[in-house]
Design a protein around this ligand. Structure first.
Ligand code: DWN
Ligand code: ZN
Length: 414
């Protein structure tokens, strides 16, 4: 903890003192795509993770103010991936059949409902539903689809408002949202108040076990103030009268975990919870030394990636990035990737195109530009969508193109 001891604070969950075990350096907002004129005012903060040895919560020491990250120009629209659309349809179906089908007039709330990718399946059943989404542009897309959405940050006060207006919820859902909210105790309290005594709270987020096993350090960026494990989730919510009753690993976002919580004592705890906790102990997720090892793995990954990119460029090869992901902001800025290494990043999201990537200032261009003159190498920043992307990019391979990946290892694949 020594070299970053100036970066210390208190655990957001249990209040114990925590210190950063490493720093990724000064970082911009991960989704802060910008124009050349905006470079001079680009905001930076120090991206440094810490592990709380008291409650085992993995968290950022410093996080920018939420309204710097989630606002009227939030650049990530959930529905950009076909796989994710299918995933959320399955998620909604599973919640419906397991918890809601037998109930009369159930009410479901989703925190961070984005463009309505999951709630639309409840709306299609004519169910009472409410999305809570602070980024007004994506919330507007949901509303246009007829999905009832409020643009606000969820917490105790909003939970009370929702309860007054709609009554208590049978299910509260959240996908890739809980790990974004610094006031986890406030949200847990809001959830406990809004949930019916026999209700369930189900959320999923990138999983610490996968991140450590795969050295996928690019899950660490401003928005992800926490990276959860079953152990840390169980302890954090027990403080607010919620039991962790089930866990289920997910393939999404490079390895996620779905957690099911319920008011204390209201449901049996599945065997999967105990098994997962045992796996986490074996993996060392509860021990601070694990994170010193993780730090060394990050440094090794960075050095290998940079030596590969530099040597390819020395040989005159063209390299283009694929997917201007939030994750890529950590990779480009931590590793020192510049427009000299990566000519541009191809991305299908209209709001990102024509802009520069945060910090590294690599131009973001349309997929058409990628396809117009295939580069020699594509650096797969959207590695979590690898199956979907490789399936549709067969022409790139046929033209002699190669993929560069860095999770779990730095590799060239064809
Ligand atoms: O937690 C979060 C996760 C769920 O989503 C948020 N904080 C923000 C976001 O993270 P991300 O930006 O790393 O997510 P993705 O899904 O890895 O981003 C994929 C990017 O790649 C998008 O900008 C769309 C783009 N893309 C593309 O250009 N062609 C994606 C696919 C599948 C493609 O074929
Ligand atoms: Zn703690």
């Amino acid at each position: 903890m020594s070299e970053h001891s100036h970066l210390s604070t208190h655990c957001r969950v249990c209040g114990a003192r925590i210190g950063a075990f490493m720093s990724f350096g000064r970082m911009p907002i991960a989704n802060g795509f910008l124009t050349a004129a905006e470079i001079a005012d680009e905001y930076h903060f120090e991206l440094a993770p810490a592990f709380c040895s008291a409650c085992s919560m993995f968290q950022l020491v410093e996080q920018p103010q939420p309204d710097r990250m989630f606002h009227g120009n939030y650049a990530f629209y959930s529905s950009t991936s076909r796989y994710m659309q299918a995933h959320f349809e399955r998620f909604a179906q599973a919640v419906w059949s397991k918890f809601l089908a037998e109930r009369s007039d159930p009410f479901v709330v989703e925190l961070g409902s984005n463009d309505g990718i999951m709630l639309r399946h409840f709306q299609a059943r004519g169910m009472r539903h409410l999305g809570v989404e602070p980024s007004v542009n994506v919330a507007q897309v949901a509303r246009e689809r007829g999905i009832e959405t409020v643009s606000a940050f969820f917490g105790r006060t909003l939970a009370e408002d929702v309860e007054r207006k709609f009554g208590k919820a049978d299910a509260i859902l959240a996908a890739n949202v809980m790990c974004h909210i610094p006031d986890l105790p406030g949200v847990a309290e809001g959830v406990r108040r809004l949930l019916k005594p026999d209700g369930v709270f189900i959320f999923e987020d990138p999983y610490l076990g996968d991140m450590v096993a795969k050295t996928s350090y690019d899950q660490i960026y401003d928005e992800h103030v926490f990276i959860f494990s079953a152990g840390s989730v169980m302890r954090a919510f027990a403080r607010h009268g919620l039991d962790l009753v089930d866990v289920a690993p997910q393939k999404t976002h490079g390895g996620s975990m779905r957690y099911t919580l319920a008011p204390k004592g209201s449901r049996p705890v599945s065997a999967a919870v105990g098994e997962c906790l045992a796996r986490e102990r074996n993996q060392g997720l509860e021990y601070p030394e694990t994170y010193l090892h993780f730090k060394q793995n990050c440094e090794r990954s960075r050095d290998r990636l940079m030596s590969l990119l530099s040597s390819l460029r020395r040989d005159g090869k063209r390299i283009v990035g694929y997917g201007a992901t939030s994750k890529s902001t950590t990779v480009t800025n931590y590793c020192g990737i510049t427009p000299d290494h990566v000519e541009f990043i191809s991305d299908t999201t209209p709001i990102k195109r024509g802009k520069l990537s945060p910090g590294a200032h690599i131009p973001v261009r349309s997929h058409d530009e990628f396809a117009r003159a295939y580069p020699d190498y594509a650096l797969l920043f959207a590695w979590n969508h690898a199956d979907e992307i490789r399936e549709k990019e067969t022409a790139f391979l046929a033209a002699g193109g190669r993929w560069i990946v860095y999770v779990p290892d730095v590799e060239v694949i064809s």
